[in-house]
Design a protein around this ligand. Structure first.
Ligand code: AMP
Ligand code: ZN
Length: 471
């Protein structure tokens, strides 16, 4: 598989250190609020990466942290701790907030068919590991104590800006105007490994350490949790592109200074989901969640397809109209699949040809939009339905769009439609809705649908026209 590596700025043939197992680390969520669908785009694409690696024959050991301490409002170690902020907002303790939003995150993942990594480790579980790493960095002369805090000394590194292909704007995060400057830092990019002084009074969780009672900086958790579970050599590290700097740069700095050798070979960064007003972010207040999509009538699988239709290294623009188009595409796919009749026969040659297209798409830097095209190719292929269904099932082990399940339930619904006795009044309403839709009078169409719903009637759009059934 060829993957773009942000470390070398090139597409490279992926080769794990050990041929049997890929060691993969993922920056987990900061659990002070619900995940927004931008965050979840990153987790969807990382999930596809893991499944694509498994599909091509690797075993994958994947580890994710849960940030429940130390992530300050600014990535440059300033501002309030996000967890403390969340706890104040909801009048709860930090640990209650962490538990609630961790559960909410995995519930969103479940809805989106994002597999839970084998190891999920909350940052507050590993305080001893951080103390060990920070002590070693001080001994090595890579860290210093100033104003009570422990800082990483970036002037001691041969190389610091390793992801220098991203925007000036990203790099400027630590020096943005208006961000208060930490006078203890010797160099502009130095970062906190352990806090004992700044923001201390506000911090709910604190631990004893050789440098006084305090709490860890944000970056240290990912280095320690990765090394704890995956050892000194990591194959692939993933995260959203905003994590590339300063978070991942700092992870590399401290991990390699601690280990004394190169740490991670491949860096996989997912670009942002934007709205027409810019990057989606929680700090802006209003943000979109999976539950909101559901409330608006979108199956989470539609959002997964929406993400898969575009490449992970491009920004993706969210709009309700774009999502509506993905919904139409999803429903068309499902209704076509629902017409396939399983004859139980698989033509090996035809199956392999279809599979090759799909595999090639994944191998080309995880080109999921081509992989979606490979799904359409199956439906167009000149082969029997049994082969098509076998290919779709095979592809869906990576795509995880529930295509076959959705087709099966559509077939069941259609059967119920056929079985329900005719009702001229309902038929007339259904027809009126179809006509309102044709005339683009969506308000009227929606009003009729709501009325039918109130009467316990569900409308089903099928290739043979609109049908209904009693629910
Ligand atoms: P956080 O919970 O803020 O630590 O972020 C969780 C993950 O979402 C990280 O990998 C971020 O890089 C990623 N992320 C944040 N904002 C976006 C966005 N608008 N689009 C895609 N990924 C994002
Ligand atoms: Zn991280």
């Amino acid at each position: 598989m060829y993957l773009y590596n942000s470390l070398t700025h090139k597409k490279e043939l992926f080769k794990p250190n050990c041929p049997d197992v890929v060691k993969m680390y993922t920056c987990g969520p900061t659990v002070y609020h619900y995940a927004h669908i931008g965050n979840l785009r990153t987790y969807i694409m990382e999930d596809v990466l893991e499944k694509a690696l498994r599909y091509t024959g690797y075993n994958v050991k994947r580890v994710m942290n849960i940030t429940d301490v130390g992530h300050l409002a600014s990535d440059a170690d300033t501002g309030e701790d996000k967890m403390v902020k969340g706890a104040k907002r909801e009048n709860k303790t930090v640990m209650q907030i962490a538990q609630f939003y961790t559960d909410a995150f995995f519930e969103d993942c479940r809805k989106l068919n994002i597999k839970r990594p084998e190891v999920v480790e909350p940052a507050t579980n590993c305080i001893d590991n951080y103390i060990g790493m920070v002590s070693r960095l001080i001994e090595n002369g890579k860290a210093y104590i100033a104003g009570g805090n422990v800082y990483f000394d970036t002037s001691k590194l041969g190389q610091y800006y390793v992801f220098n292909d991203h925007d000036e704007e990203d790099l400027a995060v630590g020096v943005r105007e208006g961000v208060e400057e930490d006078k203890n830092k010797k160099n502009r990019n130095d970062f906190v490994l352990w806090f004992t002084k700044s923001k201390f009074e506000d911090q709910a969780l604190k631990w004893d350490s050789p440098w006084g009672v305090g709490y860890p900086g944000w970056h240290i958790e990912c280095s320690c949790i990765s090394i704890k579970h995956l050892g000194a050599d990591l194959d692939i590290h993933c995260g959203g592109i905003d994590n590339a700097f300063p978070h991942h740069t700092n992870e590399i700095a401290q991990s390699e200074s601690f280990l004394g050798h190169k740490w991670c070979n491949y860096w996989f960064h997912v670009h942002h989901l934007n709205t027409d007003t810019g990057k989606m972010s929680k700090s802006k207040g209003e943000f979109l969640t999976v539950s909101l999509l559901e409330e608006k009538g979108f199956d989470p699988m539609v959002y997964r397809l929406f993400c898969l239709q575009s490449h992970y290294r491009r920004n993706l623009v969210f709009s309700w109209e774009n999502l509506e188009n993905a919904k139409i595409a999803y429903e068309k796919l499902v209704s076509k699949i629902a017409t396939l009749q399983d004859d139980g026969v698989v033509d090996e040659a035809a199956f392999n040809a279809l599979k090759e297209r799909f595999t090639n798409a994944l191998n080309a830097d995880l080109n999921t939009s081509l992989a979606v095209t490979a799904v359409y190719d199956v439906l167009k292929a000149k082969t029997n339905d049994g082969t098509k269904l076998a290919a779709l099932k095979d592809f869906d082990s990576v795509m995880c769009l529930n295509l076959l399940q959705a087709a099966q339930s559509l077939r069941q619904k259609q059967k119920q439609v056929e079985e329900s006795s005719a009702d001229p009044e309902i038929d007339a309403l259904v027809l009126a809705r179809t006509e309102a839709k044709k005339a683009k009078n969506f308000a009227k169409a929606d009003a009729i649908r709501d009325e039918l719903k109130a009467r316990g009637i569900e409308i089903i759009d099928t290739p043979q026209g609109t049908k209904w059934r009693k629910v």
